[in-house]
Design a protein around this ligand. Structure first.
Ligand code: AHR
Length: 506
């Protein structure tokens, strides 16, 4: 039987903003995703009430907006003021038409109704630069009697929004990016933009564009170079990574991988562990080279399992369905392990955004004029978010006598992937069973445990939450847990191919 050991003296704080999500003007994320004035559940502002309800129940507190690739050519001023006179533009990143009916002020109204209190805004450092970033910051956070701040007041928003987190552009290393830059060009621009933005508002924190994916051959030298330019003036380096079952290891290789190799697919969260360690190592090297006292934080602001579009995009349509997909149980288990990799590195990763919230590789799916429901990945994130608070800590833990497996690509993969959190009133064990067989674990917990319960997501590997059967995979109570009050040894059985959450109240 596997034994879970805790090292209570080794722990670090984890806060609710560690697990955020992402809204981009692409596909049907905004239009018919969160904004659909003609929908039966629409609020007076035109927000989908059914989606708001799901977002509130998810408990997400951090949200990145409005992109993504979209931001590298967008003009934030197009999105404010009277909706009737807002310009319609070509969204060249996603080959669609942008009506700008949902813009910056609508976003803040929406976040308020969704109980999201940490927006992350991305400025355009593709086709634009320092001036525009400063104007946007003044509109959003400006407190004084100045032109842009007064325009916000004139638009009906007297109070500054006080946005703390600002991304200095998006994926500017990517060949697909509008106005891609060299690391030296970008590093200099980001440094000067951040410096100027902080002169305007010293309370903000800024996020530097790191490599878009470890599969680019400029990874991780891009990170080293941009950090060398901007280290002193930024607070976070960004990481992005999407894992697709049919993806090659390097962007230049055409060969498909993993399609029929479930054990390898389920082990691919290891790429997250490796990437976080590598980016942290690069950042620490720059810290040493610069004789700096500051430790660079990581913002893993785009991550997810990925599938290609199930709806055909129609170029230059409005709310063009670029991407839209169901995740099955296998995807959900990998997603769970990805989330555990982030949690395990919560001493270094301080922000993350699952991408995206609605309709594009989403947590929530919507039908135009119809229902909204959740992919099973939603329930994984919900179960973590429910346990994060201003007192939560991750406690170091290890498994002994547990099973490992090896594939061509990965050696010694633990069948049970786990992280333990102390919420301040309970120990919570999050676990993925990557194997077909049930696994019993015995847990050495403090003898103060008073009660316990367990929930899990289980099913067939190919199960999905479809519009016809939207609740095939959800978090369900499970009684495979034995709690012995006053004892240090507790036992639980994790079903084969499952995501489990074990809560021990003390
Ligand atoms: O799927 C979202 C897109 O993926 C974002 O716009 C971009 O940053 C990433 O390449």
């Amino acid at each position: 039987m596997a034994k879970l050991n805790l090292y209570n003296e080794q722990r670090f704080d984890v806060r609710p903003q560690l697990f955020g999500s992402f809204l981009e003007h692409m596909g049907t994320v905004i239009y018919t995703g969160i904004y659909e004035p003609s929908h039966p559940s629409a609020t007076p502002e035109g927000f989908r009430g059914d989606v708001l309800k799901l977002v509130r129940a998810l408990g997400v507190k951090t949200l990145r907006y409005p992109g993504g690739n979209y931001t590298s050519s967008y003009h934030w001023e197009d999105t404010i003021g009277d909706q009737v006179t807002r310009p319609k533009r070509m969204n060249i990143a996603w080959q669609s038409l942008e009506t700008n009916q949902f813009g910056l002020d609508e976003f803040f109204q929406w976040t308020q109704q969704a109980n999201v209190d940490n927006p992350i805004l991305t400025v355009n450092l593709g086709t634009r630069g320092i001036d525009d970033a400063l104007h946007e910051l003044e509109y959003v956070n400006g407190k004084y009697d100045t032109d842009w701040a007064n325009l916000r007041r004139q638009n009906g928003h007297a109070e500054p929004y006080g946005v703390k987190y600002w991304c200095l552009g998006n994926e500017l290393d990517g060949p697909w990016q509008v106005a891609r830059k060299t690391p030296e060009e970008y590093g200099l621009l980001a440094n000067e933009t951040s410096k100027a933005m902080k002169l305007m508002d010293p309370d903000i924190e800024t996020i530097l564009v790191g490599s878009s994916t470890p599969r680019l051959d400029t990874y991780p030298s891009w990170d080293l170079k941009v950090l060398m330019e901007a280290y002193d003036n930024v607070d976070y380096i960004a990481m992005h990574n999407y894992i697709d079952r049919d993806q090659s290891e390097n962007l230049d290789q055409q060969a498909l991988r993993d399609s029929d190799d479930l054990p390898t697919y389920l082990a691919r969260s290891r790429e997250f562990d490796k990437q976080i360690d590598e980016v942290a190592t690069i950042a620490d090297a720059v810290k040493a080279l610069k004789h700096s006292d500051k430790t660079m934080k990581i913002s893993f602001d785009e991550w997810n399992v990925h599938h290609f579009s199930q709806k055909k995009p129609q170029p230059w349509g409005e709310h063009n369905p670029v991407d839209w997909c169901y995740f099955d149980l296998a995807d959900t288990l990998l997603f769970g392990s990805m989330a555990l990799a982030i949690l395990r590195h919560g001493d270094r990763v301080k922000l993350s955004c699952q991408a995206l919230l609605v309709n594009t590789i989403p947590l929530i799916l919507t039908d135009e004029g119809g229902n909204a429901w959740a992919n099973p990945t939603y329930y994984v994130l919900q179960s973590i978010l429910t346990n994060l608070s201003d007192t939560s800590t991750v406690v170091a833990s290890s498994l002994t006598d547990s099973q490992n497996y090896s594939t061509k690509r990965y050696q010694d993969v633990p069948v049970i992937d786990q992280v333990v959190m102390d919420t301040g009133s309970a120990y919570v064990v999050f676990a993925v069973n990557r194997g077909e067989k049930a696994q019993t674990i015995s847990m050495a917990l403090p003898a103060t445990i008073k009660s316990g319960h367990m929930e899990h997501i289980v099913g067939e590997l190919g199960d999905k939450n479809t519009r016809e059967h939207p609740e095939t995979l959800t978090l369900q109570p499970c009684d495979d847990l034995t709690v012995k009050v006053g004892s240090k040894a507790q036992t639980a059985t994790l079903s084969g191919y499952s995501w489990s959450v074990l809560t021990f109240d003390y």
